[in-house]
Design a protein around this ligand. Structure first.
Ligand code: F6P
Length: 527
């Protein structure tokens, strides 16, 4: 059993939290506000571009101080230190977890006797030099034409991060068009091929393993399509790879100087900061990409150095434990009030649920307490006109993160005022309700529904980097509290194995070695 394996529910701080929970669980959030006019000041954190308001929660100052005791008892400080130092905290795969190194300002981080910061810089410089040529048009395709379109081929972390960032930073993008091929859906693939020209398109294959069926199938279909227009030699000009399996990328036909490695200490869902973010780099240019990294580093430093009671990722993690393990609320909604962040909830789904959707502790023992909640969400105000009914009056209580921006980049002030007034109105209405005001139950709102509001100065590469880092470090903290391994993902493997058996059934027509439902489905499909 790992030395630092501690069942949190067996600690004395957890027991104190349990007693405290029993004392305050019935107190409506409204009452906390009524009895303390300084509550919002006390339960909020203000940083350069960020205001993190966690006052609209079923907590008081004692809750935070008891959580701080828990974090001290399980020695979160020590875990943070070994995470940033590159200790092999991914125990099941015997790997370090160092996506934070990809945005570090340090000159040296030694892993297995090697300074990985120089490796990172080397790859970064290679990518930057290619990126600049593509953007300024000096890079030419097989026909001598400039590149106009980039197609990112990847799935999971090799798609969600780059797609989310490129969408979010729409107003920082250059003239190039971007397309994302993630799913193995052939209709979708052809829909994209119909709209691009091979001679002006760069295909970016992102796959840490270079072994993912969807990505390899899509890449192969695209390569065959491409070769209808030109010869093999042009592949080197139009296909880039980002992978930690350089050999397989070469076997696919990529040329050495177009394969950008990333390392086993970067998890797929944490990889947008590595060469897996090459599409982002091309979309917004190296300078903006550096700002994205700097923003993440700024929040990493806050996480590393700030005391727990004023530490945004740490407080965010404690709130999740509070609702998930004490109140037994099962899901958590992410509602950004920016249409450009529409992919942010999807991105966080993988980041959070693939990391912390676990059933065993670090030593492999089955847990008897709950881990990651279900993450979901959509943009406000759109979501207000769809599922907010349930958030206000449904029988399930869903803690929410509202994310909004003080200033818009291009839109006029009126629009931003309406957008943000809506966000503030929702968090207020969800908390206050109207219980004493309505005699008609259909129209009654019981309130007491918790939310955090993250108000950010504006949406730019730096603040987006910081925002992502908040959630990455929150997820790390949750893994430490829950005593689980956040950086493997064995839960995706069984489906892959069964898929290959079913695929053999489809190819051979021999289907009998299945349950009757699967046999009937296969019959219907094959007939
Ligand atoms: O199947 C899950 C997963 O391994 C994710 O963890 C990963 O982000 C995604 O598939 C893609 O993997 P790869 O980058 O190796 O193609």
């Amino acid at each position: 059993m790992p030395k630092d394996s501690i069942n949190p529910t067996k600690t004395s701080s957890w027991k104190k939290l349990q007693n405290h929970f029993n004392d305050i669980k019935e107190i409506p959030i409204n009452n906390f506000f009524a009895s303390d006019h300084n509550r919002a000041k006390k339960l909020s954190i203000s940083l350069k571009n960020f205001f993190f308001d966690f006052s609209k929660h079923n907590i008081n100052e004692e809750t935070i101080s008891l959580f701080v005791d828990l974090l001290n008892e399980i020695d979160l400080k020590k875990s943070i230190k070994s995470y940033f130092a590159g200790d092999k905290i991914n125990l099941s795969e015997n790997r370090a977890v160092l996506h934070t190194a990809l945005r570090t300002k340090k000159k040296e981080i030694i892993i297995d006797g090697n300074n990985i910061v120089s490796d990172i810089k080397k790859v970064e410089n290679q990518i930057n030099s290619l990126t600049k040529k593509i953007i300024n048009g000096s890079y030419r395709g097989f026909s001598g034409d400039k590149i106009t379109d980039i197609v990112n081929i990847g799935i999971g972390g090799s798609d969600l991060g780059p797609a989310m960032v490129i969408d979010s930073l729409k107003h920082y993008r250059n003239h190039l068009n971007f397309h994302f091929i993630n799913n193995v859906d052939g209709d979708y693939l052809h829909g994209i091929l119909e709209n691009i020209r091979p001679e002006t398109t760069m295909f970016v294959i992102v796959s840490k393993s270079f072994n993912t069926v969807e990505t390899l199938t899509n890449a192969t279909t695209i390569r065959n399509w491409f070769l209808q227009f030109t010869s093999d030699e042009s592949i080197g000009k139009h296909f880039i790879g980002s992978t930690s399996n350089v050999k397989k990328a070469k076997d696919f036909g990529l040329s050495d100087e177009k394969i950008f490695p990333f390392w086993d200490w970067v998890g797929g869902r944490f990889s947008l900061w590595s060469s897996a973010g090459i599409s982002i780099n091309i979309a917004i240019g190296p300078e903006n990409y550096q700002n994205l990294l700097d923003g993440a580093n700024y929040m990493d430093e806050h996480f590393k150095n700030e005391e727990f009671s004023k530490n945004i990722p740490v407080i965010a993690a404690c709130l999740t434990v509070w609702y998930n393990n004490f109140f037994d609320y099962r899901s958590h909604a992410i509602i950004p009030y920016s249409e450009y962040l529409k992919n942010f909830p999807r991105f966080l789904q993988q980041l959070s649920m693939e990391s912390n959707g676990k059933q065993t502790d670090k030593s492999g023992k089955f847990l008897n307490y709950s881990t990651a909640p279900i993450i979901w969400g959509d943009t406000g105000t759109n979501a207000q006109h769809s599922f907010f009914q349930l958030l206000h009056q449904g029988k399930k209580i869903v803690p929410i993160d509202f994310i909004g921006f003080k200033e818009s980049k291009k839109g006029d002030k009126k629009h931003q005022d309406i957008l943000i007034a809506n966000m503030f109105a929702q968090s207020k209405a969800l908390m206050t309700g109207n219980v004493n005001k309505s005699k008609n139950n259909h129209k009654s709102f019981r309130g007491n529904r918790p939310s955090t509001t993250i108000l950010i100065k504006h949406l730019n590469p730096f603040t987006l980097g910081s925002l992502i880092s908040i959630y990455e470090n929150k997820i790390f903290t949750l893994g430490v509290i829950w005593n689980i391994l956040s950086f493997d993902q064995f839960g995706v493997e069984l489906g892959k194995k069964v898929y290959s058996e079913i695929m053999k059934n489809i190819e051979s027509g021999r289907i009998d070695d299945n349950d009757s439902s699967t046999i009937l489905l296969l019959k219907k499909y094959l007939s």
